[in-house]
Write a protein that binds this ligand. Structure first.
Ligand code: ATP
Ligand code: MG
Length: 481
């Protein structure tokens, strides 16, 4: 694993150089071998991996920094956040030639810790590892985890809990909040340097210069956000804390703190204990992403000529155009879930009616679409979903059968959009509890073996498919702080 750290070149306004705080007795708990291979990480001994990815031993070539950022948290601006419990070790170019950040989380305090202890409990670390692996396999853009290392130390939340350090690998850790930090200070020079860094890192094919460069940048970041949210909506993912500091410029899912999966379909579903007004409810996610993009656009406004009405009109059009762009992408995705190849305007009401039937009849989102997919080949599945959906099932069948495409192709299209298994809340929590209580990673690895093949029924899949409406009704997630 060959480290570099181009972020250092941005200068000291961007970070604090601070080493991780060593932990008592690092012990490797989870390891992502596929990711390790793609990064060219060849230390094969668990003891050495544990030392590196707890922060106890410096990974050769790395230089630990805590990056600064700001952010709107539940709508209120906090001008000073930053990695309060994370250390960016540096960057590694992976097997596909993509530069990736490697970051420790839970590795001790920094100048940005405020009152926090800089630590992470094992449960949230394992949650981040499992959920990100599941999302990756579901085909959702996401940061990934390389390792979870137990620290041998307790962290104190409501009760003492086993501590851990999770290593996150991301296309970058640039957040909307990173831009907001400099914008809020009117530091145009840093904002410019940051934009150039982000464009080179993520959107290097942007060749425009001057104001158009920033317009293109905004356009591309919006495009990536739309792709991201559409993917979330496809699999029923609820991020739970879509603050601007948890919105990555790369368009990857970042920060799995209070995330959850929707079981029974309901756009108002919210599980996070701190989200009392449902700001980040399932169905609000597109609107919030739009809002976050408006905050991002405000930062870029500092870099363009305000006097130029055309430029201002372009920025406004991009922000205001989010909703329609999203709607088109969402409809295409839903068409995929329903096996429709050539979406027509009439399909919009069919999509709405099907979702309305899901809502009224309290159908499980994943199971419902899985049954619909299976209904071509399984009589039982067909009867089951027909009974659940009512007359709209027949409307759907007429619509898909009106296509020239072969049934196999329709089914394949649906399967590509409809997983058979997702990381359901009650299973995830049982695995986290088992991890904490037993000290063994067996339950986590067994769960991961299924979640990494979410579109296939393999031996063991059925154990994790059941929904638990009753459990979800009471379920609450917490920020892992
Ligand atoms: N235990 C902690 N000690 C110090 N700072 C913390 C702690 N937990 C959270 N913070 C800080 O609080 C802010 C918001 O936390 P949030 O839960 O969104 O992020 P996070 O989960 O720590 O990290 P990330 O967004 O990188 O996944 C961040 O600045 C974060 O570093
Ligand atoms: Mg965060």
């Amino acid at each position: 694993m060959q480290f570099s750290n181009t972020y250092l070149n941005l200068g000291e306004r961007f970070y604090q150089k601070v080493p991780p705080t060593p932990v008592k007795s690092p012990e490797l708990f989870l390891w992502n071998s596929e990711l390790a291979d793609s990064l060219g990480f060849d230390a094969s001994e668990n003891a050495l991996r544990a030392k590196y990815f707890s922060g106890n031993q410096v990974v050769p070539g790395s230089c630990a920094i805590a990056t600064v950022y700001a952010g709107h948290q539940f709508g209120s601006f906090n001008p000073q956040l930053g990695d309060g419990r994370a250390h960016l070790l540096g960057e590694v170019v992976d097997a596909d030639g993509v530069r990736k950040d490697v970051q420790l989380k839970g590795s001790g305090p920094s100048a940005f810790s405020r009152n926090g202890d800089g630590r992470c409990a094992l449960g949230p670390a394992v949650r981040e590892f499992i959920m990100s692996a599941a999302m990756k396999s579901l085909g959702v853009p996401t940061t990934e985890c390389l390792a979870v290392v137990r620290t041998g130390e307790a962290v104190y939340r409501q009760t003492p809990q086993p501590g851990a350090v999770v290593t996150r690998v991301a296309s970058s850790h640039l957040r909307v909040g990173t831009f907001q930090f400099f914008a809020a200070q009117g530091d145009v020079e840093s904002l410019k340097a940051l934009s150039e860094f982000a464009i080179n890192r993520h959107y290097s094919d942007i060749t425009e210069q001057g104001d158009q460069r920033y317009i293109c940048f905004l356009d591309r970041v919006i495009e990536k956000q739309i792709e991201l949210i559409v993917s979330w909506m496809r699999v029923g993912f609820i991020h739970g804390v879509m603050n601007t500091d948890n919105t990555a410029i790369s368009g990857e899912t970042i920060d799995y703190g209070p995330c959850a999966m929707m079981g029974v379909y309901d756009p108002e579903t919210v599980f996070s204990s701190i989200d009392r007004n449902g700001r980040y409810a399932f169905g609000n996610q597109p609107g919030i992403a739009n809002w976050n993009m408006a905050r991002f656009a405000e930062c870029l406004l500092l870099l363009v000529n305000h006097e130029d009405e055309q430029i201002m009109a372009q920025v406004i059009a991009l922000v205001n155009g989010f909703a329609e762009r999203y709607r088109q992408a969402y409809l295409q995705m839903m068409a995929g879930k329903l096996g429709i190849f050539n979406l027509s305007p009439a399909d919009e009401s069919l999509i709405e009616e099907i979702l309305q039937a899901f809502l009224e009849r309290k159908l499980d989102y994943t199971q419902g679409f899985d049954l619909l997919t299976k209904s071509f080949t399984s009589e039982a599945a067909m009867k089951d979903i027909k009974a659940s959906l009512g007359t709209v099932f027949d409307q759907w069948l007429v619509r898909v059968n009106s296509q020239v495409n072969m049934v196999d192709a329709i089914e394949a299209r649906m399967r590509a959009h409809n997983p058979v298994v997702i990381p359901r809340n009650h299973h995830l929590e049982a695995v986290l509890q088992a991890s904490e209580e037993s000290g063994s990673s067996d339950a986590a690895n067994a769960f991961l073996a299924i979640l990494t093949q979410p579109y296939q029924e393999v031996s063991g899949t059925s154990e994790y498919q059941a929904t638990s409406e009753e459990y979800d009704r009471r379920y609450q997630t917490f920020c892992g702080t």
